[in-house]
Design a protein. Sequence first.
Length: 230
Amino acid sequence: MPSVPRKVLLSWSSGKDSAWALHALRGDPSLEVVGLLTTVNEQYERVAMHAVRETLLEAQAAAAGLALWKVPLPNPCPNEVYERLMGQTVERAVAEGIGAMAFGDLFLEDIRSYREKQLDGTGIEPLFPIWGIPTHELARRMVAGGLRARITCVDPRALDASFAGRAFDEALLAELPPQIDRCGENGEFHTFAYDGPMFSRPIAVTPGEVVERDGFVYADLLPAAAESAA
């Protein structure tokens, strides 16, 4: 008898790395992704850091055919509050028979260590399905593999604000300054994935306003149908 696949909850930022991690996980027959876990700024109703609207996040989950686990965070959110809310989510996952939580981290050892520490002893194993792939190679693999995304957030201390709203494609990779990680793993930029092999259909988006807030530059993305109403 074939073994039953282990249930996996995927930490989902709405960006390209999470999307590619989903693609990688689905290539492993021993695993079954059963949900996407996302922290949401409850004041702004947007994905934390990426500033993606909840409506687009929900469209991603629907296109991926997965349940969406939202964790609403206050603004601001002290770390002890974050850890308490995440701990409650982990308890729920254990109760629902989930055996692993996956992350789209690429090479930052301190972040990986933190995740491993937080899950230690919970019964949930941390997985890192795209860890260690050279990011210049991974970025091109994503684009060649059909992943489509746009930059939603730029740290202007690292990257010129004009990159906000740009498509994540070969042209972008060619134009990024050499010191910028091609996947933005050092926080230079964040993205929203709207099409690719991990989705059953593309999420229709249109670029909206570009604003600066709290030291970051954000490119708002609108559901295409909402363009005229926004």
